[in-house]
Design a protein around this ligand. Structure first.
Ligand SMILES: CCCCCCCCCCCCCCCCCC(=O)N[C@@H](Cc1ccccc1)C(=O)O
Ligand code: ZN
Ligand code: ZN
Length: 478
């Protein structure tokens, strides 16, 4: 089901066709963005020189955006950017496009080309940020630049928010932009952010790619486990040390997965909507989840990515202990990162963790926590969701299916729940499992053609958001 334009729409939308010169310019602009190492290392620890340079760079490559009278540009939290694109029709509720300009570190080791070179090879642009998330930063501004050059004047106001510290929490960027807009009394129809893709090859029995728009997002709990014991000489050790006790505790956590929550949250809906895309007999199984759910829930546990969709995951990420080879260690500390399933809460996961460890000598310290995000509407009336569907249909006509999903990581959009209930996480880019591993990994890359499609998608999306919408019963009628 989807939305269809009415006769009130613009007489002729501007076609998403770009000249050869524009196509070369847009890919070169992306390469230039990749070459600026806007790395976030730790909360509050960024490459500020690169972030400042990035601010100057976007002025240089998108001059029309910066000189257009109905666009207001503000720098927030020193390095984040907020654009207000004032529409001509104040009766239409504004929306917001999100992306982030920072990237995770990328040591050269293992890369085919240096990670901040932005080199093009065999039709791909390589580098840190090509998928996460400078592709979106640049595609949003590029699409707007091209629309403005074609004298487009939007009807619906929209915001573009580019955070500079998403990779380390968003506290200085997204959170400040969110507070600023709230103080201005802004309420948004919807937000579109990173967090999902057109997925290809993630489910073995599903051969056709499908678009998954994440309508929810997992929460998180960072727990520090600590054991304190009396130090002493290693020549006469006690039966148990702080390291041994803590190692046993984290091992119990690793060996005892959190409960499988299949059936709660959006996953069941995702699979039901995908059911007819599977070949026999998987199509029968997914069409009859009421009968086969025990089998499906076990199948989902087999792969790490699908396992992350059915439960709260447990990852032991840091371990610190010991001060000298012949000293019984006084303290041992370990950090565990839980990603919380949308049907659970931080408190429930904390209790489950304590019930698994059951050792009074282990202290629990909550470092950071964030509840899972509520499910955004994805029905016929959900403007943001339907605009994404409509634009997918136009730019990727080969994609027959768009499904609601859950983002297994966290995005800046979680900091904007005060402004809207419609938060959609979707990048209009094909993603295969090896591409997924390149995000925060090595050899992150995007094809030139995929980047062009992303620009086209946003170019059409902005125009689609300006058309009057009314529900229609079937997507293929569009
Ligand atoms: C039935 C469908 C099965 C297919 C499922 C396939 C799922 C693959 C989707 C890939 C999604 C990739 C999402 C990328 C976004 C990454 C965002 C990110 O890394 N965020 C950080 C944010 C953060 C949070 C807290 C502290 C520091 C940073 C994260 O760690 O979550
Ligand atoms: Zn990202
Ligand atoms: Zn990331």
């Amino acid at each position: 089901k989807g939305l269809r334009d009415t006769e009130h729409q613009r007489a002729s939308p501007i076609p998403s066709q770009f000249s050869q010169e524009e196509r070369v310019t847009m890919k070169e602009s992306l390469k230039g963005a990749i070459q600026i190492p806007t790395v976030s290392f730790n909360p509050g620890e960024f490459n500020t020189t690169a972030l400042a340079e990035f601010g100057e760079y976007i002025h240089k490559v998108f001059p029309t955006v910066f000189r257009t009278s109905f666009i207001q540009h503000e720098v927030v939290g020193e390095y984040s950017h907020l654009f207000t694109v004032q529409g001509s029709d104040p009766s239409l509720q504004p929306y917001m496009l999100l992306a982030h300009i920072d990237v995770v570190p990328a040591p050269d080791q293992g890369w085919e080309v240096p990670p901040f070179s932005g080199l093009e090879r065999d039709g791909f642009i390589y580098g840190r940020g090509t998928l996460d998330n400078k592709n979106s930063v640049m595609a949003i501004l590029q699409a707007l630049e091209l629309l403005l050059i074609r004298n487009y004047i939007p009807r619906r106001t929209f915001f573009i928010a580019l955070g500079h510290d998403e990779e380390v929490s968003g506290a200085h960027g997204a959170q400040k932009i969110s507070a600023l807009l709230q103080a201005r009394g802004v309420q948004l129809a919807f937000i579109v952010d990173e967090g999902s893709f057109i997925l290809d090859g993630f489910i073995p029995s599903l051969k056709t790619p499908f678009a998954m728009v994440s309508v929810s997002e997992k929460g998180s709990l960072d727990l520090m486990l600590e054991v304190n014991m009396t130090p002493g000489h290693s020549s006469a050790p006690p039966k148990e040390t702080s390291i041994g006790i803590l190692a046993a505790a984290v091992s119990r956590l690793e060996q005892t997965p959190m409960p499988n929550m299949f059936g709660s949250g959006p996953l069941k809906m995702t699979l039901q909507q995908l059911a007819n895309e599977f070949s026999f007999p998987a199509n029968v199984i997914f069409n009859n989840l009421w009968l086969f759910w025990p089998l499906v829930s076990r199948l989902m546990e087999r792969e790490d990515i699908t396992n992350a969709l059915v439960r709260t995951t447990t990852a032991v990420t840091m371990f610190k202990a010991g001060i000298k080879v012949n000293v019984i260690p006084p303290v041992a500390q370990a950090t565990v990162n839980f990603r919380i399933h949308p049907a659970q809460t931080v408190q429930e996961v904390l209790k489950l963790a304590k019930d698994i460890v059951v050792d009074d000598r282990v202290q629990f310290h909550v470092l950071e926590s964030f509840e899972p995000l509520p499910v955004s509407p994805f029905d016929d009336q959900a403007l943001g969701y339907q605009l994404i569907r409509q634009t997918i249909q136009s730019i990727f006509p080969e994609i027959n299916i768009v499904v609601p999903g859950t983002c297994i990581a966290q995005t800046d959009s979680r900091l904007y729940t005060n402004l809207t209930t419609g938060i959609y996480r979707f990048n209009p880019v094909y993603l295969q499992p090896q591409d997924f591993r390149s995000i925060h990994g090595i050899n992150e890359r995007i094809s030139v053609q995929a980047y062009e499609s992303q620009v086209k998608f946003i170019f059409e999306f902005i125009q689609n958001a300006d058309t009057e919408q009314r529900p229609v019963s079937h997507l293929h009628e569009l």
